[in-house]
Ligand binder design. Structure first.
Ligand code: C2E
Ligand code: MG
Ligand code: MG
Ligand code: MG
Length: 277
């Protein structure tokens, strides 16, 4: 009997597995179609300097305008895209679109800003990645200094030597580099010294509980002074309240990004934020 029960369970398990595999294949296909149909859009979240109160940059954030499900967030796109390799064409689209949009804003006479693009590990490892970046700049006519690429610590640490070499090539193009979600990875402090980065973005998980949580206050404060000592800029992500701003300002943080300033918004709405300078 035990054997029989085991066999039945196994059959049930197989059926479940098969259903899961089918569902996954469907989602892959759907994402592939979305790439072909051009169903992606970028939203932009402003970054504000704490000294001047000005918006000087924006992060581009991927959204999928799904015909039935509405606006789909990156958490439901990126893992699937990485798994299928679709992150490469999607990432190319993001890079080109962010450059095109930023140049278009400049052509409209808006104050020039830096637009940053999130880079996935798979994209970064593509053999011709640096020339793709150069091509995106050339085709859009955007000056390199108005493009920033956000890399995570884990992306860099996968192969530090190769990553540093690529980072230097990107730096030579004139684009800026930032380390995203800083504090959540394992980059050693000695490695950090050799990264040609312009700034650190403090992960929102630390920022979330300041002021109030003594540990997070200590960590956030330590990252800010680390950046100051390395003479690179530092921005706090996920800033939602005045109390957080006050703490960050007192700690010497350069910039903030988060709902306190604005949620990520569609390009037309971003223009009104930018024009309101
Ligand atoms: P990230 O690069 O760390 O982006 C910041 C995330 O925090 C965004 O989530 C943003 O909407 C959210 N956020 C901003 N301010 C606040 C705040 O005040 N409170 C809270 N709770 N959240 C805030 P989003 O847009 O869902 O993106 C999630 C992640 O997906 C990004 O994290 C990034 O790692 C990835 N991602 C987004 N766009 C792209 C892309 O084009 N390419 C790649 N490879 N990854 C992307
Ligand atoms: Mg980012
Ligand atoms: Mg981040
Ligand atoms: Mg993040």
């Amino acid at each position: 009997r035990a054997k029989e029960v085991g066999r039945n369970n196994l059959q049930l398990f197989d059926a479940e597995m098969a259903a899961k595999v089918r569902a996954k294949l469907r989602r892959h296909e759907e994402l592939r179609d979305a790439v072909a149909r051009g169903e992606f859009v970028l939203h932009y979240q402003p970054e504000m300097n704490l000294k001047t109160g000005r918006i000087f940059a924006a992060e581009s954030l991927l959204r999928w305008q799904h015909p039935e499900r509405g606006l789909v967030a990156p958490a439901d796109i990126i893992p699937l895209a990485e798994e299928t390799g679709l992150i490469v064409p999607i990432g190319d689209w993001v890079l080109n679109e962010a450059c095109r949009q930023n140049r278009a804003w400049q052509d409209e006479g808006l104050p020039p800003i830096v637009v940053s693009v999130n880079v996935s590990a798979r994209q970064f490892r593509e053999r011709n990645w640096v020339s793709r970046v150069a091509q995106a700049l050339e085709e859009s006519g955007l000056e390199a200094r108005y493009l920033e690429l956000e890399l995570t610590e884990s992306l860099i640490m996968q192969d530090v030597g190769a990553a540093i070499a690529t980072m230097h090539e990107l730096e030579a193009l004139g684009v800026h580099l930032a380390i995203d979600d800083f504090g959540t990875g394992y980059s050693s402090l000695s490695a950090l010294k050799s990264f040609p980065v312009r700034r650190l973005k403090i992960d929102q998980s630390f920022v979330q509980h300041v002021p109030g949580d003594a540990d997070d206050m200590a960590i956030t404060g330590a990252i800010i002074s680390l950046a100051q000592k390395l003479q690179i800029e530092v921005i706090a992500e996920g800033v939602e309240t005045q109390a957080q701003v006050d703490f960050l300002q007192a700690s010497g943080c350069d910039d903030v990004q988060g709902y306190f300033v604005s949620r990520p918004v569609a390009p037309t709405e971003f223009v009104t934020l930018l024009a309101g300078l």
